[in-house]
Ligand binder design. Structure first.
Ligand SMILES: Nc1nc2c([nH]c(=O)n2[C@@H]2O[C@H](COP(=O)(O)OP(=O)(O)OP(=O)(O)O)[C@@H](O)[C@H]2O)c(=O)[nH]1
Ligand SMILES: [Mg+2]
Length: 315
């Protein structure tokens, strides 16, 4: 698809209580009735900051200082392509009101999911609500106690989402490690997803991470809503299938070359962003990724990074 990409900039405006401002699209525009982050199209020659300040004045009557970037979402809709550049608003002055007749709502971040929003906003909401890094566990070797100590250390360093992946480990040992990992995740308020049999994951109170073959074998969501479901994706077909079975998020890659597959180049950021356009899910970039890559990942529409080495034992 080669048609022009519409550049849109939107703001995350928060009040003193941490609530986020949403604005409702009016009946005379596309996607009427959906809630969105206030903002609009960047004009020719305008910087993103200037465009956002202008739009927020026109639409809400407030004067703003644009803050840190949150995420840039490349998104393809049936009749157009856009790049939604979302910025935090660092400071604002005035009284926000719907100057174009639109309804406004101040929404607590954990309630954003209750508002129907355009597909491009799903990754934005995920970026506000959920972790920017997803640890994939390395195999335990022959020392489970040492492995669990490293697991604890990763949680202490701030990991809050974990895929437990233990290839080649016998079932009973795997289940014991899963139980121990779940105890530790609960202590730290972290989310655990098991890359293994669904019944074993559910019995341990964990979510499910589907390897790409397991994803393709699923014809419907294998766990109830409320139990986290993720999948590993390598191409557009995987992403479409993940959407069809209603995954909560996915990982996509390899983006760069990895230590485990030397000599195999990754898909790179532009291909990542191209694949990202087609699907409205939070997507972690995997393959040679480290926390230092998170800003770049966010600029290409990723939720953040998924990694083994760099999140398990940082140098
Ligand atoms: N402002 C904003 N636009 C979004 C979001 N999500 C999203 O898909 N869009 C899409 O991005 C485009 C932005 O258009 P807009 O209608 O706000 O543009 P605008 O303020 O310049 O208005 P105008 O072109 O009607 O004068 C629309 O196609 C809109 O559906 C979002 O969170 N905020
Ligand atoms: Mg607008």
């Amino acid at each position: 698809m080669s048609e022009r990409v519409i550049e849109v900039v939107a703001g995350v405006i928060t009040d003193k209580r941490g609530r986020v401002l949403l604005s409702r699209r009016t009946p005379n525009r596309d996607m009427p009735g959906l809630w969105e982050f206030p903002g609009g199209k960047r004009e020719h020659g305008e910087t993103s900051e200037a465009a956002l300040a202008r739009e927020l004045d026109e639409e809400l009557g407030i004067r703003v200082t644009v803050g840190a970037p949150l995420i840039v979402v490349p998104q393809r809709y049936p009749a157009k392509r856009l790049r939604l550049d979302v910025r935090h608003v660092a400071h604002w002055e005035g009284v926000a009101r719907g100057r174009e007749g639109q309804a406004l709502a101040w929404v607590a971040p954990d309630k954003l999911g209750r508002y129907s929003m355009p597909p491009a906003d799903l990754p934005v909401v995920a970026a506000l609500q959920t972790p920017d890094r997803y640890l994939v566990t390395p195999p335990p070797g022959d020392d489970d106690a040492a492995w669990l100590q490293s697991f604890d250390a990763a949680l202490r360093r701030g990991v809050r989402r974990v895929q437990l992946r233990l290839p080649g480990i016998p079932g009973d040992r795997q289940e014991a490690l899963l139980r121990e990992a779940q105890i530790r995740c609960r202590l730290h308020g972290a989310q655990l997803l098991f890359n293994g049999p669904v019944d074993v994951a559910l019995a341990a109170g964990a979510g499910v991470h589907l390897a790409s073959a397991a994803l393709q074998a699923c014809t419907m969501r294998p766990v109830p809503a409320g139990i986290p479901l993720a999948a590993s994706c390598h191409h557009a077909g995987d992403l479409a299938h993940a959407v069809a079975i209603d995954c909560d998020f996915v990982v996509l890659g390899p983006v760069a070359e990895t230590a485990s597959h030397p000599g195999e180049p990754g898909i790179g950021w532009s291909e990542f962003a191209r694949l990202r356009e087609t699907c409205a899910l939070p997507i972690y970039a995997i393959g040679g990724m480290a926390p230092a890559d998170i800003p770049e990942a966010r600029r290409h529409g990723a939720q953040g990074i998924a990694a083994i080495r760099s999140l398990w034992s940082p140098d």
